[in-house]
Write a protein that binds this ligand. Structure first.
Ligand code: UD1
Ligand code: UDP
Length: 383
């Protein structure tokens, strides 16, 4: 029995984009299930449609919604709106702790607003480093800024924990938990198994591309805007010439991405440019695909867990674990290189099988529970 003076710790969970929502809904659930916490959720809505897709699937109704998304917003305008908006929410809620995830502008501004109020910050997915401040840009610096302020660092892997140790974070502040994206993936896979209709919306494409080998594509990185995206589109055009292949590409709504992909790829018979998929449907695409071609962070984590070879269209990665495990390969953004790498996987069975083995370098699906347990100790209440 808690003593009569017991007061649950007020935890404000802050997020704003699709990947943060996917990686934090298991944490919100774990914290809400634990009587030691009073949980409020604040969404910045840095993303609108793509965030709402996750909120709906996960059944999360935010307590605060800043609705900051504007079309093609600059990083300055976005960051300013986030900092003042999140600060206002913190002044109203006066939380004991603030939880942020990853490396987005929302996470960085949320941590900074909390720091300005001397509220301890808990950083989920801490310690990822590429070592290059322009790849990924601006995420490498966002993550380092958060790391400089965080009270608790939830590192997904030992590699991430080691990066924090190298930056002189005291070891007692670092906890290796696994990545909550694997919790989310397990959750959504179980939901689809119980209710296949949740992911049945791809049936039309599955019929259209019956007998073809599916390549799943996503791309949105700011450092690839311009020439990088054009080269990616060119690679897709060249691969799509093969009659045995079909590419399914849920296109990120960022106008910088849409314009390039629509111009280069509209009307190609073997390419489906589609709207962003909700999480159950994206999980379905991951299972249909023979290969994933992506510059996404989250997809680099999910594909190895499912044993899907993933070709990463980046120069460097802050997620080296998939590369070390052999399921992911860095291919950059040169069109010729991308085509060669995909062709190798399609035509060389041994090369494919060498990559297509399930690994779980990013976690065992119990990260959120660990995070809740550690936070319970941090706030001084025993379970
Ligand atoms: C953001 C994150 C990036 C993360 C990515 C995940 C920053 C600086 N960037 O990049 O780290 O990998 O999300 O997807 O935090 N848009 C819509 N509808 C949506 C979402 C976006 O129309 O649901 C459009 C809007 O025009 C918006 C633009 O995309 O202004 C860019 O969104 P923004 O959040 O600034 O950057 P992303 O490139 O999505
Ligand atoms: N995702 C999704 N629908 C899509 C594309 C991606 O649900 O159409 C999921 C994917 O499973 C992963 C996350 O979104 O969990 C990755 O988000 P994104 O690539 O936008 O951001 P990043 O991970 O690169 O920050």
């Amino acid at each position: 029995m808690p003593p009569s003076t017991f007061r649950p710790a007020s935890i404000l969970v802050v997020f704003g984009t699709r990947p943060e929502a996917i990686k934090l809904f298991p944490v919100v659930e774990a914290l809400k299930a634990d009587g030691r916490f009073a949980v409020s959720v604040c969404v910045s809505a840095q993303h609108r449609g793509m965030l709402d897709q996750v909120l709906e699937v996960a059944g999360i109704v935010p307590d605060h919604d800043l609705d900051v998304m504007k079309p093609d917003q600059s990083l300055d305008a976005l960051t300013a709106a986030l900092l003042t908006g999140l600060g206002r929410v913190m002044d109203a809620v006066r939380p004991d702790r603030v939880v942020v995830q990853g490396d987005t502008a929302t996470a960085m501004a949320g941590a900074l607003a909390a720091y300005y109020r001397k509220i301890p910050v808990d950083h989920v997915e801490a310690g990822l480093r590429s070592g290059n401040i322009y790849h990924p840009w601006p995420e490498e610096i966002n993550r380092k800024i958060i790391g400089a302020m965080a009270a608790t660092h939830f590192a997904p892997t030992e590699t991430a924990a080691a990066a924090l140790t190298r930056e002189n974070v005291p070891p007692e502040r670092i906890h290796v938990t696994g990545n909550t994206v694997i919790d989310a993936l397990h959750w959504v896979s179980a939901r689809i198994e119980a209710q296949p209709e949740l992911a049945a919306g791809l049936a039309g494409l599955e019929a259209r591309f019956a007998g073809k080998r599916i390549v799943g594509v996503t791309s949105h990185r700011r450092e690839n805007f311009g020439g990088g995206l054009e080269a990616i589109a060119e690679a897709i055009r060249r691969i799509a010439v093969r009659p045995d292949v079909a590419l399914i590409f849920p296109v990120h709504p960022n106008p910088n991405v849409r314009a390039v992909m629509n111009d280069a790829l509209t009307g190609l018979g073997n390419v489906a440019l589609i709207e962003p998929l909700d999480y159950p449907h994206f999980a379905r695409l991951l299972s249909l695909a023979e290969i994933m071609l992506t510059d996404s962070g989250g997809v680099q984590e999910e594909a190895p867990a499912l044993g899907k070879p993933v070709l990463v269209m980046r120069e460097t990665t802050e997620r080296p674990e998939g590369i070390a495990a052999g399921t992911a390969k860095l291919v950059g953004t040169d069109a010729g290189r991308i085509v060669t790498e995909i062709s190798t996987l399609l035509d060389d069975k041994a090369a494919y099988e060498a990559m297509a083995r399930a690994h779980n370098p990013f976690g065992d699906g119990h990260a959120a529970r660990r995070i809740a347990e550690i936070l319970g100790n941090e706030v001084g209440h025993q379970a």
